[in-house]
Every structure is written in structure tokens, then in C-alpha cells.
Design a binder for this molecule. Structure first.
Ligand SMILES: [Ca+2]
Ligand SMILES: [Ca+2]
Ligand SMILES: [Ca+2]
Length: 223
């Protein structure tokens, strides 16, 4: 019985770790079509608990944790999408008609190139990475038209080939901004794709119980 309790505890602990790793890159536009616009990328919390961004950071292909702090996002709610951009936060919200409560971290100076990488860290732990280069078949060329994961399997997989151009009215909530660029900053698809940790817990508990009953039965036959 002690082993069962230990196993259950271990599975609960691993679920806790999973909840913190549920933030994923969900959109990027490395260049713009207009001087009034600004490049950006988006992160979405797919977990069902809020994530505290204290200690979180971003870097491009130099891959150094701590380069651009993301701490000012504070607490990011379950299902919430947040944006990092080279524009000021106010200019970006205005350009994309975003509500004041959409979290935007502005004034990014680590420029995203045509062949580059988005790295998200929590402390020194890499949370998600997206390496892209349209000339190598790794994703579309996102100038004035952002790219989004084409399916749930492309999320968190560092597989830019599975990403597609944003289209107006797509499942991510794509629309045109004031200068005609397409994106969906502030919203993402697949929010409901992740099973809730409580269903994991139920599943794990059930599997452990079944294993335990099986073990007890074997024991009985031995007697
Ligand atoms: Ca760069
Ligand atoms: Ca750029
Ligand atoms: Ca989006």
C-alpha cells in the first residue's frame, strides 16, 4: 500500500510540473509591411492553472536565458495569450484594436530575422523553442502576415514546417489590423485540446488502483 501511495504522490507531483510547462509559442511575425507596424510573437497558457512569469525570459537564436525578461507579464491566466513586440504596448494595441487588458510587452530590441529562433525560458529551463526559416521549408515567410500552428501537434514541437499563414476568420481568430496585416494577437486555437490535470489525476489513480488489485489477486492465487 505504501508503494501505491508513493506512486500516486509521484504522479501528482509530475502533474504539477506539467502545469508549469503548458505555456507555448502560438504566433510569430518577424517583419512588417508598414513602418506603423511592429514584429511580434505570442505565448499562450494552455494549462488550466495560472502561470507566474517571474523569472521567465526570451531570447532569439543566441539561446541565452535571461536576455529579455518576461516577468512584467506577471500572472498569466489559463487560456490567456500574451504578446511581445517591438512597438510600444499602446501602439500595438491601437494597431490591432486590442482591449486594454490584453497583456503586451513592448519595446523589444532583440530583432527576429528571416531565419531565427524564439526561445522561452523559465529560469534556465527551456520551456518552448521555435526555429524557423522559410528558405529551408521551416514555416511561412511571416512579413506582414503572421504564422500560427496548423494543428495541435505543431504546438510546442519546434516544428515550423507545421505552421501556416494566419487567415482572416481562421480558428485562431485571425483578422486584419489597421494597415492590412493579418494576425491573431491575443487569441489562440486549441485551448481546449489539453486534458485537465484533474482528468489526468483520475486516470492515473484508476490505473494505479487496477494495477494494485491485479497484484493482490496474483498474491491470493499464490496462497
Ligand atoms: Ca535575431
Ligand atoms: Ca525583424
Ligand atoms: Ca494568436
Amino acid at each position: 500500500m505504501k508503494t501505491v501511495k508513493t506512486l500516486l504522490l509521484m504522479s501528482l507531483l509530475s502533474m504539477n510540473t506539467l502545469a508549469h510547462a503548458d505555456v507555448r509559442i502560438t504566433e510569430w511575425m518577424y517583419n512588417t509591411n508598414s513602418a506603423a507596424s511592429g514584429e511580434f510573437f505570442e505565448l499562450t497558457n494552455f494549462g488550466n492553472t495560472a502561470v507566474d512569469f517571474t523569472g521567465w525570459s526570451y531570447d532569439d537564436d543566441s539561446r541565452v536565458a535571461g536576455t529579455v525578461s518576461l516577468a512584467s507579464f506577471g500572472i498569466v491566466a489559463a487560456g490567456e495569450s500574451v504578446i511581445v513586440t517591438e512597438l510600444t504596448a499602446t501602439a500595438f494595441r491601437n494597431l490591432w484594436n486590442l482591449a486594454a487588458d490584453v497583456k503586451v510587452l513592448g519595446n523589444l530590441t532583440v530583432n527576429l530575422g528571416r531565419e531565427d529562433e524564439i526561445n522561452i525560458f523559465n529560469g534556465n529551463v527551456l520551456i518552448d523553442r521555435l526555429s524557423y526559416d522559410d528558405r529551408q521549408g521551416l514555416g511561412p515567410r511571416t512579413t506582414g502576415n503572421s504564422a500560427v500552428p496548423g494543428s495541435w501537434s505543431a504546438v510546442g514541437a519546434n516544428q515550423a514546417s507545421g505552421w501556416v499563414f494566419t487567415q482572416a476568420g481562421d480558428e485562431h481568430g485571425g483578422f486584419a489590423n489597421k494597415v492590412g496585416e493579418l494576425g491573431s494577437p491575443g487569441s489562440a486555437a486549441f485551448i481546449a485540446a489539453v486534458p485537465e490535470p484533474s482528468s489526468y489525476a483520475l486516470l492515473m489513480a484508476g490505473l494505479i488502483l487496477m494495477g494494485f488489485i491485479g497484484y493482490r489477486r496474483q498474491d491470493k492465487f499464490k496462497l
